[in-house]
Write a protein that binds this ligand. Structure first.
Ligand code: ZN
Length: 193
């Protein structure tokens, strides 16, 4: 089922996700729905907060982004990044290992808004997969960027928090308009008794 993606201004985007201790059928259904929603929205990643659930859960798939390469190492061996797609990360922990580099980013919760964001080029990741198995890998390029962007979401952080002041100031009118649109939308959804 394709879920509604919440936009900037919704408070859930600022909520830190709760850890998932058990992979219940409900969690599995949520993962399937999040993958479907990510593909329908043509995104490379989607965090639970973006579909209104404050959980330590994100899905990623970089296969469509053929113009932006990714790298993957498992146990010190180079692997094809496509071999672990789609990637489901539960309770992920990320350690930065690479140099900080700028790169273009967008976010499904910020339609039509793009900016260069500085992030480490590669990261070490430890997480559980969709079956609750422990996975460990090092990734670089777009995959590392996507992982860091999504893990930020799980901690209530957004890519606007990592923009330089000048970029954020330039985008302010669009960000304010989006926030206001979300606020109006949320107000409409409040049940009237
Ligand atoms: Zn995002």
């Amino acid at each position: 089922m394709v879920l509604n993606v919440v936009k900037f201004g919704h408070p859930v985007l600022r909520a830190k996700g709760a850890r998932i201790e058990t992979i219940t059928p409900a969690v599995k259904k949520l993962i399937a729905d999040m993958l479907e929603t990510m593909y329908a929205s043509r995104g490379v990643g989607l965090a639970a907060q973006q579909i209104g659930e404050a959980l330590q859960l994100t899905v990623i798939d970089v296969r469509e982004a053929t113009d932006r390469p990714s790298t993957l190492e498992i146990g010190g061996e180079t692997r094809d990044p496509h071999s672990i797609m789609p990637l489901v990360l539960i309770n992920p922990e990320v350690k930065k290992v690479g140099e900080v580099v700028p790169g273009p980013e967008g976010c499904l919760s910020f339609p039509e808004i793009y900016a260069d964001i500085k992030r480490p080029e590669s990261v070490d990741v430890v997480a559980l997969d969709g079956e609750g198995r422990r996975i460990e890998f090092r990734c670089g390029g777009l995959l590392a960027r996507a992982v860091q962007h999504e893990v930020d979401h799980l901690n209530g952080l957004l890519f606007i928090d990592r923009m330089d002041a000048k970029t954020k100031a330039e985008l302010k009118p669009e960000l304010d308009a989006l926030q206001e649109e979300t606020r109006v939308e949320l107000k409409k959804k409040v049940p009237v008794h």
